[in-house]
Design a protein around this ligand. Structure first.
Ligand code: HEC
Ligand code: HEC
Length: 338
C-alpha cells in the first residue's frame, strides 16, 4: 500500500475497500489478453520495492493547495479520506450535484464524484459515466451487486462492488439521472509512439518516473496524467496522454469497421464511430486503459452479466495486438489524436 495518503480513485475509499475485501488475482494466466493486467489493472503502489520515485511532490496535510485554472483552494488533507467527498475544483463545469454525487449518504456509500469526478469524466482507474445510457448503468450496478462484474479482479473494481452493495435505490436513481444527462467530453489525448516514459503505479495511476527514463512501448497502452502534480490533487481538467503503439489506430479502425475473420466489426453493435447503440454503450473518446481492461475482463469471464455474452464471445477471439489497437482507435475517436 502507498505510504502517502490515498488520492481519488485515487483514493481513500479505494484503499479502505481493498483492505476490507482482500481481493486476489484469479489464475487465468493462459489467456492471450492476460498481459493487459500489468498496465490496466490499477494498483495502489508499485509491486517493485526498488521502483524509482515518481513525479508528484509530497504535501503536508495542512498545506493549502491549488490546481491550474481553478479559483478554489483546499487543504491537501481535505482532499482525501473515506468521507472527504468529491474535490470540486471546477463547480461551473456542471449543474448542482445530487447529494450522493457530492458526498457519501449512508454508511459505506462514498460520493460517486470522488471516484468518477463530479462531472462524470472519470479517470483510467474508474470509468467515465457522463453520457452513458441510464439503462446500461442500471444493469452494471445490478451486475456489481450480483457478483457478475469484477468478481475477484481487478482489485480496484471491488470498490465499486462495495459501493453498489451500500447505496440505496434512491441514490442510484439520482446519480444515474445526473450522469446520463452530462455531455461526454473526452479527457484523453492519444499519441502513437515507439517509446514511452518509464512509469510506476502510484495511487491507482501510472506516474512517470522522476528520472525521465524512457523505454520501448511494446504491446501496451501507457496512459499518464498530463500534469502529474495536479492529478495528485484530484484535478479534473488537465486530462491524460495515452501512448499507443505506432500503427495501432489504423489497425483498430479496420477491426472496428470491417472486422477480421469471424470477428464482428465493433461498429456493427456499438454504432457508427462507436457512439453507442441499444445495449452496446458508447466507447468513442473513453479511456483506452479502461477499454482494454474491460476486454480482458470479458475474455476471462469476470464480466458475465446477461448482456455480456456477445462481448465475451468477441473478446475471446482477440489477440493482444487486436485489443490494444481497438482500444487505441476507440479512444482516438474522442478527437484528441496527435
Ligand atoms: C470508491 C470508488 C468508487 C465510488 C465511490 C463509485 N465508483 Fe463506480 N466504479 C468504480 C470503479 C473502480 C469502476 C470500474 C470497475 C472496472 O474497472 O471494471 C466503476 C465503474 C462504475 C460503472 C460502470 C461503468 C461502465 O462503463 O460500465 C458504473 C455505472 C458506476 N461505476 C456507477 C457509480 C455510481 C452511480 C456511483 C455513486 C453512487 C459510483 N459508481 C461510485 C469506483 C467507484
Ligand atoms: C455482437 C455485438 C458486439 C460486438 C460485435 C462488439 N460489442 Fe462490445 N459490447 C456489446 C454489448 C452488448 C456490450 C454491453 C455488455 C454488458 O452490458 O455487459 C458491450 C460492451 C463493451 C465494452 C464495455 C464498455 C463499458 O463501458 O464498460 C467494451 C470496452 C467493448 N464492448 C468493446 C468492444 C470492442 C473493442 C469491439 C470490437 C473488437 C466490440 N466491443 C464489439 C456488444 C458488442
Amino acid at each position: 500500500m502507498s505510504p502517502r495518503p490515498p488520492a481519488m480513485p485515487r483514493l481513500g475509499a479505494l484503499l479502505l475497500a481493498l483492505m476490507a475485501c482482500g481481493a486476489g488475482m484469479a489464475s487465468t494466466a493462459d489467456q492471450p489478453l492476460r498481459p493487459i493486467a500489468a498496465w490496466a489493472y490499477p494498483q495502489a503502489s508499485s509491486p517493485d520495492p526498488s521502483a524509482p520515485d515518481t513525479k508528484p511532490a509530497s504535501h503536508r496535510p495542512d498545506e493549502i493547495v491549488r490546481v491550474s485554472d481553478s479559483p478554489r483552494s483546499y487543504r491537501y488533507g481535505e482532499l482525501f479520506g473515506p468521507h472527504s467527498g468529491a474535490a470540486d475544483w471546477f463547480p461551473h463545469d456542471h449543474p448542482p450535484l445530487p447529494a450522493i454525487v457530492a458526498h457519501g449518504t449512508v454508511p459505506g456509500a462514498e460520493s460517486c464524484g470522488g471516484c468518477h469526478v463530479p462531472d462524470g469524466t472519470g479517470v483510467p482507474a474508474t470509468a467515465a459515466l457522463a453520457g452513458l445510457p441510464r439503462d446500461y448503468m442500471l444493469e452494471q450496478i445490478a451486475a456489481f451487486r450480483h457478483g457478475e462484474r469484477g468478481r475477484s479482479e481487478p482489485a480496484s473494481a471491488q470498490m465499486m462492488v462495495k459501493e453498489a452493495g451500500a447505496i440505496g435505490d434512491r441514490d442510484v436513481a439520482q446519480a444515474l439521472d445526473y450522469f446520463s444527462r452530462r455531455p461526454f467530453k473526452s479527457n484523453v489525448r492519444v499519441v502513437e509512439s515507439a517509446t514511452v516514459p518509464a512509469t510506476h503505479w502510484q495511487v491507482y495511476v501510472l506516474q512517470p518516473d522522476a528520472d525521465g527514463h524512457r523505454e520501448p512501448i511494446g504491446q501496451r497502452i501507457i496512459e499518464i496524467p498530463v500534469r502529474p502534480d495536479d492529478y495528485d490533487k484530484e484535478d479534473t481538467h488537465s486530462g491524460f496522454t495515452a501512448y499507443v503503439p505506432p500503427g495501432s489506430i489504423e489497425r483498430g479502425a479496420v477491426l472496428a469497421t470491417v472486422g477480421s475473420g469471424t470477428l464482428l466489426p465493433c461498429e456493427s453493435c456499438h454504432g457508427d464511430r462507436l457512439q453507442g447503440r441499444g445495449t452496446a454503450p458508447p466507447l468513442a473518446g473513453r479511456s483506452p486503459t479502461y477499454i482494454a481492461r474491460q476486454l480482458l475482463l470479458f475474455a476471462s469471464g469476470q464480466r458475465d452479466s446477461p448482456n455480456a455474452a456477445a462481448m465475451q464471445h468477441e473478446a475471446k477471439q482477440l489477440t493482444l495486438q487486436d485489443a490494444v489497437s481497438a482500444a487505441a482507435y476507440a479512444a482516438a475517436l474522442g478527437g484528441n489524436r496527435h
